[in-house]
Design a protein around this ligand. Structure first.
Ligand code: UD1
Length: 440
């Protein structure tokens, strides 16, 4: 199995192109199931999760043509374009062997059910960061008139004919449930209202593509009975959709990871192919830490410049739904806080078990304690290289970042988690001056 050898790095300096967003690409790829024909996507990152999605789509009957640049090319903005040809008749079973490794596979349920009136999808796997149930997905599809049962590890879904639009309230603005329900509702009869829906940038990117395919979707806000502002997505079902083409949005989590790496090593970074508004809260926090952060939009596209010339200060964060601080940057932020003077708190409010990186960071010499859903970091800590294990994707990246400031050599094992979500991570970091090497 591969692992990363990471050595203490003075300061990251240089320019990188941010890849297309993994969390936008996966739902987009599965949305192609909604219409027969040739769908084209560009800026799709070359990642393990993307290849797992291709495998599943091929199994369901799609033909996939990938134009990929498998070699790291610093200047290439859009690494991969993909054409998916979707047949008229799809296979409607997503088997355990193809679904177990990736939670996003559950996103084929809505499209298959609404197109085939029947779908059998294995309960998903993915990163072990909490219970991660799919009850909101199931409940939403039931409200659209489907009959769903759990049988031998599979969700067995059936409807007598087209799904029927409904009004529903999500208990929590779940990203995955919102995406699955929207994809099921676009071909339903009548209109569907998802109250308290997720409107993370990746959900909005999916909506943009569905609209290009001919879907009728609108996003609005409302004030609930407790006077809290919430988002509502209204979908007016259409009879048929057509294949279209789309460029995936940049990966805000990859961008955030590099910005944090720059801030904690005292670096000087330019990020191209980003959408700064997707990182709003994070950029503000980095400024409060003492970094210079500038957004340049002169060429009609955003670039972010980060300059960190003083040690980071201790700062608390709480993960929240967008536009709050993303749960996918919590572990990386915590790695950075080990270098800040004083106490900082990191509260995880999205997942109940997303602190698996803490014992590993402590193995490197960090001083982090946990009280329920809050981590208390006392810094600055002199980290010292050791062998550590990535337990999930973002936990893995926090260990790589910690390795950049730890003395000696850090070996990060189980980097297959990182390959699921970061395109050319080692190459990109090396191009900025990081001492990182993939070993077998
Ligand atoms: C979540 C993140 C997303 C991130 C992704 C991968 C949020 C709101 N979502 O999306 O930004 O990219 O993880 O790290 O930050 N839940 C249920 N029942 C369900 C669905 C969800 O109880 O049917 C719970 C989850 O256990 C979790 C919370 O709702 O505690 C958020 O889940 P959800 O947004 O659906 O997760 P992902 O779609 O994986």
């Amino acid at each position: 199995m591969d692992y990363f050898k990471v050595q203490k790095t003075v300061a990251l300096n240089g320019t990188i192109n941010v890849s297309g967003a993994k969390n936008a690409s996966l739902p987009l790829l599965f949305s192609s199931l909604l219409a027969e024909g040739k769908h084209s996507f560009s800026n799709i990152p070359n990642l393990e999760d993307v290849h797992l999605s291709f495998k599943l789509l091929r199994y369901l009957g799609c033909e996939i043509e990938i134009n990929t640049k498998p070699v790291f090319d610093q200047k290439a903005e859009s690494l991969n374009s993909v054409t998916i040809t979707v047949p008229k008749i799809l296979k409607n079973i997503a088997p355990y062997e193809l679904v177990r490794k990736m939670r996003a596979s559950i996103l084929c349920l809505g499209p298959l059910l609404t197109r085939c009136y029947q779908a059998k999808v294995s309960l998903p796997g993915g990163c072990a960061i909490g219970l991660r149930p799919v009850d909101y997905h199931i409940e939403g599809l039931r409200l659209l008139g489907a009959d769903l049962r759990l049988l031998e590890g599979y969700i067995d879904a059936k409807s007598k004919g087209p799904l029927v639009g409904a009004n529903m309230d999500l208990q929590f603005p779940s990203v995955g449930a919102t995406e699955n329900i929207i994809m099921a509702a676009v071909l339903a009869e009548g209109s569907t209202c998802i109250n308290n829906a997720s409107v993370e940038p990746e959900v909005l990117d999916l909506i943009t593509y569905l609209k290009k395919m001919g879907a009728d979707i609108s996003v609005s806000t409302f004030i609930d009975e407790k006077k809290i502002k919430k988002n509502k997505i209204t979908i007016n079902g259409v009879e048929k959709l057509k294949a279209a083409s789309h460029k995936v949005i940049p990966d805000r989590i990859e961008a955030g990871t590099f910005l944090i790496a720059g801030a904690m090593t005292g670096g000087d970074l330019y990020l191209h192919n980003v959408q700064a508004c997707h990182l709003g809260g994070v950029l503000e926090k980095l400024k409060q830490l003492g970094c210079t952060v500038e957004v340049d939009n002169t060429k009609g596209k955003d670039s972010i410049y980060l300059h960190a010339n003083k040690p980071v200060v201790a700062m608390d964060i709480k993960t929240e739904v967008y536009p709050g601080f993303p749960t996918d940057l919590q572990a990386q932020w915590m790695a950075m806080m080990t270098q800040a003077k004083g106490k900082s708190l990191v509260e995880e409010s999205i997942f109940e078990n997303r602190f698996m990186h803490i014992p590993e960071l402590n193995r490197l010499g960090a001083s982090i304690k946990v009280n329920k859903s809050t981590a208390i970091i006392s810094g600055p800590c002199l980290l010292k290289g050791a062998s550590v294990m990535a337990t999930d994707l973002r936990a893995g990246s926090s260990l790589v970042l910690a390795g950049l400031v730890a003395s000696g050599e850090t070996q990060v094992h189980r980097i297959y988690h990182l390959d699921r979500g970061y395109e050319f991570l080692d190459h990109k970091l090396s191009s900025l001056g990081a001492l990182i090497k993939r070993c077998s």
